[in-house]
Design a protein around this ligand. Structure first.
Ligand code: MN
Length: 150
């Protein structure tokens, strides 16, 4: 969370500072925010260990198998960020409009160092999805896709 806070001036951005927020009942939080920053992208966030693990996806996330999207891992975000929608002011980190594109819960199936498999229960995305870490990218670049038959 240190990296998250160090990038932002909370006197000027409406984004949450983040505190000690207990988990919100059964099912881990899943959310994708559409972020109209300098380049439109989609921020995938998955609750794990009291934070939202986060990836920026440059193109629309796939609703069916056969489409693989690059997902660039970004800094952990506070749990409260799952509800955030608003405008990050110009000159701020990530300036632009943030809106919730999909939300719900997810169930982990596999959580390895280089591979996550999980079932998304969202409004747009439903079923089994994978995140696979690409080698030689400093660990930041992953592939995000829906599993066949998932
Ligand atoms: Mn973003």
């Amino acid at each position: 969370m240190e990296e998250y806070r160090s990038k932002r001036d909370f006197r000027r951005t409406p984004e949450p500072i983040g505190g000690e927020v207990p988990s919100r009942g059964p099912g881990r939080i899943y959310v994708i925010q559409r972020h109209h920053a300098s380049h439109l992208h989609y921020d995938l966030r998955l609750e794990k260990d009291g934070v939202l693990k986060s990836w920026a996806i440059p193109k629309e996330p796939p609703e069916s198998p056969g489409i693989r999207r690059l997902a660039v891992q970004t800094e952990d975000h506070p749990i409260e960020y799952a509800d955030f929608e608003g405008i990050i002011p110009e000159g701020m980190y990530g300036a632009g409009k943030v809106e919730i594109w999909d939300r719900g819960t997810y169930e982990p199936i596999e959580e390895g160092e280089d591979k996550w498999v999980f079932r998304i229960n969202g409004e747009r995305l439903r079923g089994e999805y994978c995140l696979i870490k690409l080698k030689g990218s400093g660990g930041k670049n992953w592939l995000f896709f829906k599993k066949k038959g998932g």
